[in-house]
Design a protein around this ligand. Structure first.
Ligand SMILES: Nc1ncnc2c1ncn2[C@@H]1O[C@H](COP(=O)(O)OP(=O)(O)OP(=O)(O)O)[C@@H](O)[C@H]1O
Length: 236
């Protein structure tokens, strides 16, 4: 379980996250929604210690993420809006291997994880392909594979559909469905609920750094216009 208590984060005068307390169970499909600047990215970057809490605590499975950021990153995989910014190697295989290698795993285990992660995103056999020659959709899948190779219990995706065309978007959604079926918790940051509200069992709505909406998407739909989130067809 992810346990966030009294988390506050500021950038100078701006309070980006304002005293958030929330627990997130394993295996769920959670959406984090809110208008631009409501604090979504700052909030989720605390979940695996990419940002350190100024105030408050974040624990994953009882371990404080600041005390043990390596354990936090092994438990919570993170995929960013612009996957291009998170690649560290020239080829698919080397990039996906980077995380597990840094966990200090032996070669055999690294190879097993890379193969399994590439299979999960339908990129098996492509380990030697150059990342800079891939389409946007394929790059998004490599970024997901990189996070999966850490075998996290939670995968956090921050606006994963930005810049993807519909087939690529559907392919990423299929990956998320498969992962969730395997027991991985999914947390998606988005301002666009299309294709997602029906998959999620919980929606956290942020406004001015606080979580002000919390519940199953259908049950909280009427609260969304109040935080400038568009209610899409099918949600109400
Ligand atoms: N690196 C930074 N330096 C200064 N201010 C920042 C920085 N990152 C975010 N902010 C400010 O913190 C607040 C919350 O931003 P954050 O990016 O967490 O929100 P968001 O909901 O993810 O927004 P978006 O959808 O635009 O990414 C905003 O007022 C933003 O301008």
């Amino acid at each position: 379980m992810i346990r966030v208590e009294n988390l506050t984060a500021t950038y100078g005068e701006v309070i980006a996250v304002d005293d958030i307390s929330v627990n997130i169970d394993d295996g769920g499909f959670v959406l984090v929604v809110g208008a631009n600047g409501s604090g979504k990215t700052t909030f989720v970057r605390h979940l695996n210690a990419l940002l350190e809490p100024e105030e408050g605590t974040v624990e994953v499975d009882g371990i404080d993420v600041t005390a043990d950021p390596i354990a936090a990153r092994a438990n919570i995989g993170m995929v960013f809006q612009q996957p291009r910014d998170q690649f560290v190697a020239a080829t698919i295989g080397a990039d996906v291997a980077f995380g597990p290698e840094n966990l200090g795993l032996d070669r055999e285990e690294v190879d097993r994880r890379v193969e399994s992660a590439l299979q999960a995103v339908n990129l098996d056999g492509r380990a030697n392909d150059r990342i800079d020659e891939l389409s946007g959709g394929e790059q998004a899948r490599v970024a997901i594979a990189g996070a999966l190779a850490m075998e996290p219990s939670y995968l956090v995706l921050d606006e994963p559909f930005t810049g993807l065309d519909q087939p690529a978007r559907e392919s990423v959604l299929d990956q998320l469905d498969a992962l969730q079926a395997d027991g991985t918790g999914i947390l998606v940051v988005t301002h666009d609920l299309r294709d997602l509200h029906s998959r999620a069992d919980r929606l956290l709505g942020m406004h001015d750094g606080r979580i002000v909406v919390d519940g199953p998407p259908r049950e909280v739909a009427e609260e969304l216009p109040g935080i400038d989130v568009r209610v899409v067809e099918g949600l109400r």
